[in-house]
Design a protein around this ligand. Structure first.
Ligand code: GRF
Length: 203
């Protein structure tokens, strides 16, 4: 499965996917990395791994649709069959999402459907939650919605700060994102309505 990864920043989840793909037995390969930001560290990680990259700045386009169309062209030109969002910080248009229906996944730092959106760690702490985590899901037009493929939970500790909690969640992100991609590339995931059935495979 030829995978394109979309990033906007640090790219630690991209790195987890790159590392997983080093195993010759891994059923997917990353063929392209696209960023909307020229200074995203994820681009450096891609170049170090010998993966082609494209920078397409959303600021160069009059609207979301034309920006998304340019991304779509770049991904298809690179032979991408499947898209992983990895800290990509732009909302996607309905047309783009439909063009990659059930062929695009995202990682989100909360136990969805709780805590969609930004600043999840701060919000969990403010609410006094005892459990937090991360989710990999198929992308739908509404932000942070779509069939869940894998989730992992972590405890919230009394002395946590947003940073310490984020670090605990991030470790799990790096574990379940490659796992979810592997399940999909192995053909073990079926989308039925709002559920992704994984034949009993769990994170
Ligand atoms: C991660 O927490 C991910 O869940 C969220 O954005 C962050 C990206 O981190 N969508 P990185 O760029 O993968 O290091």
């Amino acid at each position: 499965l030829k995978v394109g990864v979309l990033v906007s920043g640090r790219g630690s989840n991209l790195q987890a996917l790159l590392d997983a793909c080093k195993d010759p037995a891994f059923p997917a390969e990353i063929v392209h990395v696209l960023s909307n930001k020229a200074d995203a560290y994820g681009l450096v990680r891609a170049e170090q791994a010998g993966i082609s990259t494209t920078v397409i700045s959303h600021k160069d386009f009059p609207d979301r649709e034309s920006f998304d169309a340019a991304m779509d062209r770049a991904l298809r030109a690179a032979g991408v069959e499947f898209v992983c969002l990895a800290g990509f910080m732009r909302l996607l248009s309905e047309g783009f999402v439909q063009g990659w229906q059930d062929r695009m996944i995202n990682i989100h730092p909360s136990l969805l459907p709780s805590y969609k959106g930004l600043h999840t760690h701060e919000r969990v702490l403010a609410d006094g939650g005892k459990l937090h985590g991360c989710s990999v899901h198929f992308v739908r037009p509404a932000c942070d919605e779509g069939p869940l493929i894998a989730q992992a939970a972590v405890p919230v500790l009394d002395d946590d700060t947003a940073d310490s909690l984020a670090a605990r969640v991030l470790q799990q992100e790096h574990r379940i994102y490659p796992l979810a991609l592997r399940l999909i590339a192995d053909g073990k995931v079926r989308v039925v309505g709002n559920r992704a059935l994984t034949d009993g495979c769990t994170a």
